[in-house]
Write a new protein. Sequence first.
Length: 213
Amino acid sequence: MNGTQLKFDSNGLIPAIVQDAETKEVLTLAYMNEESLQKSIETGETWFYSRSRSELWHKGETSGNTQRITSITYDCDKDALVVLVKPNGPACHTGTTSCFTEVLYEAEVANKKEDVAFLYQLEELINQREKERPEGSYTTYLFEKGVDKILKKVGEESAEVIIAAKNRDHDELQWESADLIFHLLVLLKEQNLPFSDVIAALKQRHADKNKEE
């Protein structure tokens, strides 16, 4: 491991905080030993050590919800890891995106960050629908009908947003805006354009504007 002297505990383990590489949402906290860390580096996917079963386990080996590693960093004391990943499905065995879903305390700013993270969760759900095409799903219906149908829905929802705004109807504007964002995310997936690329464009535009000012 490039000569890095990580500090494993008395059981030969080191905690690994797994985060989504795009949203930075904490997905899970697991443990690695030297062998699982080495396997993670060699395969590019997360491997952990199960303390309850006393064995190595490859995340997603049975469920298919693997995690492709983009980076592994360690803290200043060299006794903890942060693993950034691109998840191929939920991180938690309960089926949720993250293992951390139970709220103990939440400030208003945390709510706003959670709202942004939800957009990425919705994008991931849409990605799964496009790949798996479950029967009876509205998203499946849109993908099977193709880009013309999706574009029609984006156009219709855009018009509904305009009408709601002109009527000063906040409730209607709320729901129509939600519909528009959903269909826009479906369109982005159909075009294979990640939502993170759109955010990057907004950031770049904001940075360029600040330079001009």
